[in-house]
Design a protein around this ligand. Structure first.
Ligand code: ADP
Length: 494
């Protein structure tokens, strides 16, 4: 029996999964890894730590299932996007820690750039709002803060990659330096329409083209995993950034279909087909996974801190001992007792794009308990997602009928019901919520003719649970009013 392997390197863990011909997940293994926070607003990871965790997850998967690597027809890769790694071409050693997408170290530079005449030009070319979130300013920072950084980059002695490129490089023993259109569209160095690195953008950030990977369609051959790694060569045939992979895994391959992923951050994407979207609401235009050279687009809104706020409750405040426990605490009280938490730990993403906002708790009284704080934290995830959906609807000029959901925090039934209530729309959770991993498998499997195409994988999508909105309109409006005023305070509190 043949299988497809998916390698999914998220922000908190590396996962490996195997899928059968019916698109069913046979098994998944995960290996967690750490983020470091060396200064306020800075977020780093160890690049070798990411690679090592990914390898351990895949080895554990083969061991646990007993499936032989020679029976794997294709491998798909999906990854936390924007995270920036620069390494030595000759030794394969990173020259700096990986700068994680959430890191704000280049926020001042980006704010200045956004205000300059280049701000509008960058937005027009890349579809992105100028922000520290994307890779370009992170690469610039590494080149400027490494001795001889620019000289080594110009000589082709060091290479840049996002996490996908870093994994491909290591899996092919340094033979392939490549990325796909979805990841490249998040660097702020690619012309979104042309799908190519852009000289003017490279000039603005002072980044030489020789250090950048080749850009390829998301579904197609990238190379092969070296035989020594798992004991058999496996073609790498699908690559997409995590959110675009999740869009594919939710079977959203056509214009108008939307999903929201609840992971470390929250990411809502709506497929726009082959037409580049233009946002009036500060959302991003980005590439969706493509099966060939024809460009596919999506509109995207992201919240920087969602599930990460639950981690904060667990790891920094010690209010819960597991993320799952947040559900029973939240459900143990009828409401948040007027408490709002705006988890703007690294500023606010779409639609505010306010790098200087900081987290805030409002409405505390002596009646507030641990359960209220936990509940308010989960509610903040739903409020932030509502802001994204509002912006998407304003841009599209038509309402989104229902929201397909996935990601680690989408298993939380309290959160999903509150999301439906606060949206006033049904929230639909599929049987397989690991859609990121599934989407990468689809892209690889379609490329290797393991599956016949989009129609076949669309037929695999199944609903596990629908959450219907139950909240009265006036209650929803009152809660939203409270949220808006908390956000306004988070924005002036910085
Ligand atoms: P990523 O891909 O960004 O690493 P995941 O999709 O694996 O993230 O989701 C992990 C996030 O989901 C963590 O931030 C965690 O706190 C949160 N999470 C996991 N389980 C739950 C739960 N039952 N309720 C709320 N949040 C959860």
């Amino acid at each position: 029996m043949p299988f497809v392997l998916s390698l999914d390197e998220g922000t908190t863990s590396a996962r490996a999964a195997l899928y059968n011909q019916k698109g069913e997940r046979i098994a998944m293994c995960a290996e967690p890894f750490e983020c470091r926070f060396p200064k306020p607003g800075w977020v780093e990871q160890d690049a070798f730590g990411l690679w090592d965790a990914q390898l351990r997850a895949a080895h554990a998967l083969f061991e646990r299932t007993g499936i032989a690597p020679k029976d794997v027809s294709a491998c798909g890769i999906t990854n936390q996007r924007e995270t920036t790694i620069v390494w030595d071409r000759a030794t394969g050693k990173p020259i700096a820690p990986a700068i994680v997408w959430q890191c704000r170290r280049t926020a001042d530079f980006c704010a200045e750039l956004a205000r300059s005449p280049y701000g509008a030009l960058i937005q027009k070319k890349t579809g992105l709002v100028v922000d520290a979130y994307f890779s370009a300013s992170k690469i610039k920072w590494i080149l400027e803060n490494t001795r001889d950084g620019h000289a080594m980059a110009n000589d082709g002695a060091i290479l840049f990659g996002n996490v996908d490129t870093w994994l491909i490089w290591n899996l092919t023993h340094g033979e392939v330096h490549a990325t796909d259109f979805t990841n490249a569209s998040r660097t702020m160095l690619m012309d979104l329409n042309a799908g190519a690195w852009d000289n003017e953008l490279l000039g603005i950030f002072g980044i030489p083209r020789v250090m950048l990977p080749e850009i390829k369609p998301s579904s197609g051959r990238f190379g092969a995993i070296a035989g020594e790694i798992f004991g058999a060569e496996i073609p790498i045939s699908g690559v997409a950034g995590d959110q675009q992979a999740a869009l594919a895994g939710q079977a959203c391959f056509r214009a108008g279909l939307s999903k929201n992923t609840y992971g470390t951050g929250c990411f809502a994407l709506t497929h726009s087909g082959d037409k580049r979207p233009h946002s009036n609401a500060n959302l991003l235009a980005t590439r969706a996974a493509s099966l060939n050279e024809t460009a596919q687009f999506a509109v995207e809104g992201s919240v920087f801190v969602a599930g990460a706020a639950v981690q904060w409750l667990r790891d920094s405040l010690g209010l819960i001992s597991t993320a799952a426990e947040s559900e029973s605490y939240a459900a143990s009280v009828p409401d948040s007792a007027g408490v709002y938490i705006v988890p703007a730990f690294v500023g606010l993403g779409a639609p505010h794009w306010d790098a200087s906002a900081r987290g805030i708790i409002t409405g505390l009284t002596r009646a507030a308990t641990r359960a209220h704080i936990v509940r308010a934290t989960l509610e903040s995830i739903a409020y932030q997602s509502r802001e994204l959906i509002d912006a998407m609807e304003a841009d599209a000029g038509e309402p989104i009928r229902e929201l397909r959901v996935d990601g680690g925090a989408a298993v939380n039934n309290f959160l999903m019901q509150f999301q439906a209530d606060i949206l006033g729309k049904p929230v639909v959770r599929p049987v397989d919520v690991e859609t990121t991993s599934l989407g990468a498998a689809y892209l690889a499997g379609i490329a290797e003719k393991f599956w016949s195409g989009v129609d076949e994988v669309e037929s695999f999508w199944r609903v596990e649970r629908r959450f219907e909105p139950k909240m009265a309109e006036d209650q929803r409006e009152a809660l939203l009013q409270g949220w808006r005023s908390a956000v306004a305070r988070a924005r002036v509190s910085s």
